[in-house]
Design a protein around this ligand. Structure first.
Ligand code: MOS
Length: 734
């Protein structure tokens, strides 16, 4: 009996719901000091002077660090975060940059003293307008087999995308915009740093514990093997805990300097500027089609705000895995650009490219359907792709058509209310959109260890950022070893474990599951080897192929069977283990890999107040093998909720001063329960054995792609108003 594909309660659920789970900030160590950061209050310029006397003299204060009395820090390695090291110069690159660190005996004393630091600046006018900087410059090369940021695939004889568009019977064009957004993970960013014998242990949230350790070592200027990152529980990440932001290195450097453990918990407002966010983006999509809805040309241009090179960031490329792959078209042009501004760092967030990109192409497809007077679902089926337009590759496994059909059936698409149906004070409309998300596979190592108490450890330095990864280790370990879930001890969130898959790009589960199976096989081989070679084993002297492993037992037939715990005890062996590595093979260069889905939703727009309410939502996805049905459902529901936030609520305007105007949870709105209807979720459960022998692709971010477009399309259907600037707030519907 395997539990793969069934509803499995989180193995860490009881710890989390009873408060026994210790998150980073829950660590309390003897003699621990508390740190608080001081942030810049101008958007660009230079510090002339700082007065720290009052802070240094305040009760409980141990030290005040500033650019004038710095901690020595180095920038993270290229690509691991920002490009500069905090406190090493007096330049102000953005508003909300770290300019000081106060360490005191208590949190309250540190925070109080930090407020006493005064700073004089030579201020300059920051550049903050995406519109003023557009069109930007072509985004840098993404590397690692990614397509170039700008490319075109044109039919023979066609010389430009403009020519292809001009030759089309019907064209639509739309410019789709959205402002800055933030991850707002529930757990604020927090670090507890402690040094012992020249070795650092940092408790901090990490999507990639080993990468955090490497980056932290570089920032501190010590060897990587002297840094261990522990991140067993993470209260949400969504991209915000990929890079190592300056707080972790600051706490670690202060702990070294003061020779005592240091805890640094960012205040909620500080998270908004110290941790990279999703920048504003403007996208223009142009579609050309025949009068009966066959696409002839797809053009997708994007201008993405990004910080100056002196800050560094992750670069958004919203078109390549959306318009670049979604539909069959003889002419395709992708042009992804960036506009450098004086703004806080940016990073990947919740379908980082695909959620904005999906909003643009899936709204444009709806606009095309409207102008063709065609059912938007029929338009998508008419342009169904069997190879990815950008690369020409066939998919490893694609069952999007079944997603459309099943979703339409479950939602009742064919009997949906007419556009603009009036129901009391509400206008009712429906919309649909496609979800697509790249199915990356990362190299991963997993260790499986049989122990003499009858349990087995499944260990990998991946992370559980709230996704259920630790439960996945249990489920897959139990499945591969044929023992109950309760006899599997999962371990992750520790940089000292075998290098696991990063919990990014919705690829942690898909990358880890097949390697758990390989590691279990290798551990079984090692166990059988012990059984036939140890003189105290009842299987001693047999050949390995005479002994079979099943369900926790070694079995040589004729009643000669023994549980592995007994064998280990008889032979005086504490444990037998093996580590396996796995990752993408030659298939990686031959196929396109994506997960797919179809969204259908109903929205009600208030006729008098404009207020939009999502009233029904159905999402059907094609994600390969499902490991944990319960966690899969939760993830899809969660990512549709992200889509509702994206569509209706989330935005943080960047003011002319360089201030992010809604940098707090009072002004930055995220959906609450009252905003969310019942969400009907279904998956096809068709294994993708080209992607991996296990067949499970990623789930997490998929359903956040296209969901905002489905909502906007339904709002248009209800009200006749096409809103191309997110979020769709009621003022835009009056
Ligand atoms: Mo995700 S935005 O790849 O952490």
């Amino acid at each position: 009996m395997t539990s793969v594909g069934t509803d499995v309660d989180r193995v860490d659920g009881p710890e989390k719901t009873t408060g026994r789970a210790r998150y980073s900030a829950d660590r309390v160590l003897p003699d621990m000091a508390y740190a608080h950061v001081v942030l810049s209050t101008i958007g660009k310029g230079r510090i002339r002077a700082m007065n720290t006397d009052a802070a240094a003299g305040a009760p409980g204060v141990l030290r005040v660090y500033t650019p004038f009395q710095p901690l020595k820090l180095y920038p993270p390695p290229p690509g691991y975060g920002e490009t500069y090291a905090v406190l090493q110069d007096r330049d102000i690159r953005f508003r909300g940059q770290v300019i000081g660190l106060v360490v005191a005996r208590t949190f309250e004393q540190a925070r109080e003293a930090a407020a006493l630091v005064t700073t004089e600046y030579d201020a300059q006018q920051p550049s903050t307008s995406l519109a003023a900087g557009s069109p930007g410059v072509t985004a840098p090369d993404q590397g690692q087999g990614a397509p170039p940021a700008k490319f075109a695939v044109l039919a023979p004889g066609v010389t430009s995308i403009d020519q292809a568009l001009a030759a089309s019977e019907v064209t639509v064009q739309g410019t789709y915009t959205q402002g800055s957004q933030h991850h707002v993970a529930m757990e604020p960013h927090a670090t507890v740093a402690v040094w012992q014998d020249g070795h650092l242990t940092a408790y901090c949230g990490a999507q990639m514990p080993q990468v955090h350790a490497v980056s932290l070592a570089a920032q501190l200027g010590v060897e990587a093997d002297r840094v261990r990152v522990l991140s067993p529980y993470v209260g949400g990440a969504f991209g915000s805990r990929v890079a190592t932001w300056p707080d972790i290195a600051l706490a670690s450097a202060a702990a070294l300097d003061l020779d005592r453990p240091v805890k640094l918990v960012l205040a909620r407002e500080q998270v908004f500027t110290m941790v990279g966010h999703r920048p504003a983006v403007s996208q223009t999509v142009r579609l050309g089609a025949s009068a009966d809805g066959v696409l002839n040309a797809v053009s997708h241009k994007s201008d993405v705000a990004m910080p100056m090179p002196t800050v560094g960031s992750w670069v958004m490329v919203p078109a390549q895995d959306t318009s670049g792959a979604l539909y069959k078209t003889p002419n395709l042009a992708i042009d992804q650009r960036v506009v450098p501004l004086d703004m806080p760092p940016t990073w990947a967030m919740r379908g980082p490219n695909e959620a904005p990109g999906g909003f643009a192409i899936e709204t444009a497809m709806d606009e095309l359907a409207v102008s063709l007077r065609m059912d938007p679902l029929r338009l998508r089926l008419r342009n169904y792709a069997t190879t990815a337009a950008g690369t020409g590759r066939p998919w490893s496994s694609k069952h999007l058509r079944e997603c459309y059909e099943t979703g339409a059936e479950r939602f009742g698409w064919s009997s949906r209310p007419r556009s603009g149906t009036v129901d009391g004070q509400w206008l009712v409309g429906t919309g649909m959109a496609t979800a697509i998300y790249p199915a990356a596979r990362f190299p991963a190592a997993v260790r499986v260890r049989f122990r003499d108490d009858g349990t087995a450890v499944v260990a990998s330095a991946t992370a559980d950022i709230g996704t259920g990864a630790v439960t996945l280790l249990s489920i897959c370990g139990s499945d591969a070893l044929g023992i109950p879930l309760s006899r599997v001890e999962p371990r992750l969130g520790d940089s000292a474990l075998p290098p696991g898959a990063p919990a990014v790009g919705s690829a942690g589960a898909g990358s880890t599951a097949p390697v758990i199976r390989s590691a279990a096989q290798a551990a079984i081989t090692a166990l059988i080897d012990l059984a036939v070679t140890h003189p105290d084993s009842p299987f001693y002297g047999m050949t390995a192929d005479q002994v079979r492993y099943h369900d926790g037992y070694l079995d040589a037939g004729a009643g000669r069977s023994m549980g592995f715990a007994r064998l280990l005890k008889l032979t005086g062996t504490a444990g037998v283990e093996a580590t396996a590595n796995g990752g993408p093979g030659p298939e990686a260069g031959q196929y396109a890999f994506h997960s797919f889905g179809a969204h259908f939703c109903e929205v009600r727009g208030n006729r008098f107040t404009g207020e939009p309410r999502v009233s029904r939502f159905t999402t059907v996805v094609d994600i390969g093998t499902v490991v944990n049905a319960q966690a899969t459902r939760s993830q899809i529901v969660g990512s549709v909720i992200f889509g509702i936030g994206h569509a209706l609520l989330e935005v943080d305007p960047l003011e002319d001063s360089g201030r992010l105007a809604a940098g707090n949870l009072g002004d930055y709105l995220v959906p609450v329960n009252a905003d969310i209807p019942d969400i009907d979720v279904h998956w096809l459960d068709i294994p993708d054995t080209v992607y991996s022998p296990f067949g499970a692709r990623g789930v997490g971010e998929l359903a956040t792609v296209g969901s905002a477009a489905a909502i906007g399309n339904a709002i248009h259907d209800a009200t006749g108003i096409r809103v191309r600037d997110l979020p769709i707030t009621l003022d835009k519907l009056l």
